[in-house]
Design a binder for this molecule. Structure first.
Ligand SMILES: NC(=O)c1ccc[n+]([C@@H]2O[C@H](COP(=O)([O-])OP(=O)(O)OC[C@H]3O[C@@H](n4cnc5c(N)ncnc54)[C@H](O)[C@@H]3O)[C@@H](O)[C@H]2O)c1
Ligand SMILES: O=C(O)C[C@H](O)C(=O)O
Ligand SMILES: [Mg+2]
Length: 470
């Protein structure tokens, strides 16, 4: 159930209604008053803002029940989530003020010309003399936005702005949202290459499968800055981190578990690959048509690759059939595709990561009593397994060491770094993954990423605080 906060500005006629009656009406309709501000006091008549926490589907009920009461005039209803988006969520700040002509001639013509020529003579100077050093493009075509699907580049923008905010707040990385009005693979590749000079890295976001695989591979081969498809690898890294700790809690091991991954798109393919690299021996990937099986024939190139892996099971079936006996369910598909009856068929000490956004594969209220470890991609339940635990620290690391690429060792190092933030004394069923507000996350991920980049020879610079490791 998704909760929202609404602010109602009410004019109350006290001869007809008391505040106590307002509070009871809100509560009867399913809302919870979390704050009250008096805008205009008065003994006969007053204006107040009340902030009400309410489940999405009951919002209208709260408003309608107040509207029906005598003595109440609803001046305004505002949704705090929409208010947070008014005018967009990020802006660009200059790094110094331009106070006089002297400043102007330094940051702009004529002074800037000398700086441009210095970069022209040595292109590497772009890293020290422009924003390239610290700036990442968050690029989408709007085709796989959260679990909402192909909602287009304009509608994708709030998600991309959100990612940019998180980059900045959590890791001091400047990120810029780029929403492309094309779904053509070649045009997307060409456009990203053309805008790449100003960026130190490219975070691909919410680009649907299977185009996302070719776009990422081609860009990684053709550009010398790190390219990272967040929905693939950010998700896989955080899933492996969560699974490492969930297995400790349930006393199981990567080698012995049977894992069902539902939704073999961008996230699902990368999760399957990383699970295999982490030692999983029994894997059943499932998409809309049912299980992808060992020896099967598929037109999707990544599914065909999966079908050739010895750890894949060869028994066909629907999700409802193949989930029987599984130790772990990982969902990166769509909301509400898993029922209580499916979860009950799993092996004891079940682990369920229902990660579709915004609605998980199974309602947390239904799943929680049935499983040992439960996680979603959302922030309103314990164990938030979301790629936000990865991309800020990972890009902080690759920017700081100017890594050419993000290789498998870097990804695995990031997963272990996230898992290690939760100490053995803290670890329990409700706490397998650290909060994004835990300051150790970005620090640990950054450090692990730089070490792995140095170890594998892809770092082009050693940050001062890491020089003793050289
Ligand atoms: N928690 C996180 O950090 C995180 C990260 C990435 C993606 N996600 C979520 O995972 C989901 C998939 O994202 P993506 O980027 O991989 O999208 P995608 O479009 O690349 O892939 C989705 C896949 O799910 C399949 N699918 C759809 N309905 C299905 C069903 N009923 N049963 C089985 N498979 C089904 C599709 O055929 C497709 O292969 C989205 O809901 C997204 O929000 C969560
Ligand atoms: O945006 C998120 O919350 C995570 C992920 O990138 C998704 O697409 O769902
Ligand atoms: Mg995404």
């Amino acid at each position: 159930m998704a909760f929202n906060s609404i602010i109602l500005r009410l004019e109350l006629n006290h001869t007809l209604v008391t505040f106590g009656q307002v509070a009871s009406a809100v509560s009867d309709a399913g809302g919870d008053i979390v704050s009250i501000d008096v805008i205009r006091p008065g003994s006969d008549n007053s204006v107040r803002d009340i902030t009400v926490q309410v489940a999405d589907e009951r919002e209208k009920l709260v408003v309608d029940s107040l509207r029906a009461m005598p003595g109440i005039h609803i001046i305004n209803v505002s949704d705090r989530t929409f208010l947070a988006h008014l005018g967009g969520k990020i802006s660009i700040q200059p790094s110094m003020p331009i106070r006089n002509r002297d400043d102007l001639s330094r940051v702009y013509t004529p002074g800037v010309a000398r700086v441009s020529m210095a970069i022209h003579e040595n292109i590497d100077k772009a890293y020290s003399l422009t924003i390239k050093r610290n700036t990442v493009a968050v690029v989408t075509d709007g085709t796989a936005v959260l679990g909402l699907g192909d909602i287009g580049p304009h509608a994708a923008a709030p998600v991309m702005e959100g990612k940019a905010m998180l980059f900045k707040q959590l890791a001091e990385v400047d990120a810029f949202p780029i929403c492309l009005d094309t779904k053509d693979t070649e045009e997307i590749i060409r456009t990203i290459k053309a805008i790449s000079p100003i960026f130190g890295g490219i975070n691909l976001e919410d680009i649907s499968s299977p185009r996302c695989f070719e776009i990422e591979d081609r860009l990684a081969g053709e550009l010398d800055i790190p390219i990272f498809h967040d929905d693939q690898h950010g998700t896989a890294i955080v899933v492996v981190a969560g699974l490492i700790n969930a297995l400790k809690v349930t006393g199981k091991s990567m080698e012995n578990i049977r894992v069902v991954v539902n939704g073999i798109g961008a996230a699902g393919v990368s999760i399957c690959k990383m699970l295999l690299a982490s030692g999983v021996q029994h894997l059943t990937p499932v998409d809309r048509e049912g299980a992808i099986i060992r020896g099967g024939t598929y037109t999707h190139p990544m599914w065909q690759w999966l079908a050739s892996q010895p750890q894949l099971e060869d028994k066909p079936g629907s999700l409802h059939e193949v989930i029987a006996g599984a130790d772990v369910f990982i969902g990166v598909s769509r909301g509400n595709v898993l029922g209580a009856e499916d979860v009950q068929l799993m092996a004891p000490d079940r682990i369920v990561f229902a990660m579709a956004n915004p609605e998980p594969e199974i309602d947390p209220e239904v799943a929680l009593p049935l499983v040992n470890v439960f996680a979603t991609g959302r922030s309103d339940y314990p164990n938030q397994i979301n790629n936000v635990l990865v991309f800020p620290g990972l890009f902080r690391g690759v920017l700081d060491c100017r890594a050419k690429v993000i290789n498998e060792q870097i990804k695995l190092a990031a997963a272990h770094a996230i898992a290690a933030v939760v100490s053995s004394s803290e670890l329990n069923e409700q706490y397998i993954i650290p909060s994004i507000f835990n300051e150790k996350v970005v620090k640990n991920v950054r450090r692990a990423v730089i070490e792995a980049a140095m170890r594998t020879g892809v770092a082009r610079r050693i940050p001062p605080d890491m020089r003793s490791l050289d």
